[in-house]
Design a binder for this molecule. Structure first.
Ligand SMILES: C[S@@+](CC[C@H](N)C(=O)[O-])C[C@H]1O[C@@H](n2cnc3c(N)ncnc32)[C@H](O)[C@@H]1O
Length: 352
């Protein structure tokens, strides 16, 4: 088991970039023993974008320039926590589709946040597709009784390291738990195991090819159907063994596994449709001159986001501040999981 510690290199990197408070030891967000903490990606750039666009005159506590940020993918609140600590005049509403993440952050809030920061923070369980139903007023009725729109939002797509390593998510490659993968078991009826064991061969092939961009989709779909006739595929470990025992030894098995898992996760959670709706619905709840920041992790997400941003730009509704920004070499060295994280950011320039 990996020890529950923060890598020293990451600590030094963040310290050098003036964000050491999120990693001040002892560890502030406490994953379960043996689980790795989730490192927020593009932290430095997101802070810079917020500073330049929301607090151009500096983030002094004395001014009454109160701003609001909607963290559409709260996770373990790595981004939210740092933003609250960095900007004393920022209020943050964090939402997550996975209620377990909301509970996790709420249960650890007292240890994670300072008392004063808790007053500027709210966490709610929502799908980000409903972003247009949220407002600063709804989250902080006392402080923002007339504010309908946010000054900023962040959507950091994908899943959290804690979800990957948690026992009951079934997202980890070696998990011996039921292969589930649902962010929300109440709203999503089908688990990844159900999908694997019941889908017709042509659906499996399409899922693997479309959402995993897997070149061997046809071979793997046939393999799954053959194996499930012998025995139901129930855990991530069983799926991994089936793939590893049958793939050509010259193929990069871990890449195949990664693509198969990505395809299942995207399908089970409707991820691309959710992202489409989010891109449609997230323009209105943003104030004029507000900024939207989206972090994508694979080419399918990137295509959806970039296409939407280009359309909004064509209609002269936004100014693009960042498109497809990769992480710095330094960030990749410190956190290899950030490798495929691309940041996109726009400023709203039309009223609606
Ligand atoms: C990469 S993590 C966010 C990590 C977070 N920025 C941090 O620093 O801890 C992505 C989160 O988005 C959540 N999520 C996925 N789809 C969602 C959706 N449609 N609506 C809201 N949250 C979603 C996942 O449950 C997960 O917690």
């Amino acid at each position: 088991m990996r020890p529950n510690i923060i890598k020293r290199g990451v600590f030094n990197f963040l310290k050098a970039h003036n964000v050491e408070h999120i990693l001040a030891e002892p560890v502030e967000t406490k994953p379960k023993e043996g689980h790795e903490i989730h490192f927020p990606v593009h932290l430095e750039t997101t802070i810079k974008l917020i500073r330049e666009n929301l607090f151009p005159e500096g983030e002094s506590k004395k001014s009454d320039n109160f701003q609001t940020l909607l963290d559409c993918t709260l996770g373990t609140a790595g981004h939210s926590k740092t933003f609250l600590q960095t900007f004393p005049n920022l209020y943050v509403l964090g939402i997550d589709l996975d209620k377990r993440m909301i509970d996790y952050v709420s249960q650890n809030a007292k240890e994670t946040f300072k008392e004063e920061e808790i007053k500027r923070f709210a966490a709610q369980n929502h799908n980000f597709t409903h972003i247009n139903k949220l407002s600063p007023f709804n989250a902080f009725p006392e402080e923002f009784h007339r504010r309908e729109k946010f000054d900023c939002f962040l959507a950091d797509l994908g899943y959290n390291s804690v979800q990957l390593e948690g026992d009951d998510w079934g997202l980890a490659y070696n998990s011996k738990q039921q292969l589930d993968m649902r962010y929300n078991k109440e709203t999503m009826k089908i688990s990844a195991a159900d999908l694997l064991n019941t889908s017709p061969i042509y659906d499996l092939e399409e899922i693997l090819s479309k959402f995993g961009e897997e070149p061997a989709a046809n071979f793997i779909a046939k393999l799954i159907v053959k194996e499930r006739k012998k025995k139901k595929i129930e855990t991530a470990q069983e799926l991994k063994d089936i793939l590893f025992n049958n793939m050509n030894p010259r193929t990069d098995k871990y890449k195949v596994l990664m693509r198969v898992f990505q395809a299942l996760r995207i399908t089970i959670n409707n991820e691309l449709q959710n992202l489409e709706s989010f891109m449609e619905n997230s323009f209105d709840p943003l104030k004029e001159n507000g900024i939207g920041m989206i972090i994508t992790f694979h080419s399918l997400e990137r295509q959806v986001v970039v296409q939407h941003l280009k359309e909004l730009k064509k209609k002269q509704k936004i100014k693009i501040l960042e498109l497809n920004l990769p992480p710095s070499e330094q960030e990749i060295t410190m956190n290899s999981k950030s490798k495929s994280a691309h940041l996109h950011c726009y400023k709203k320039i039309a009223p609606n």
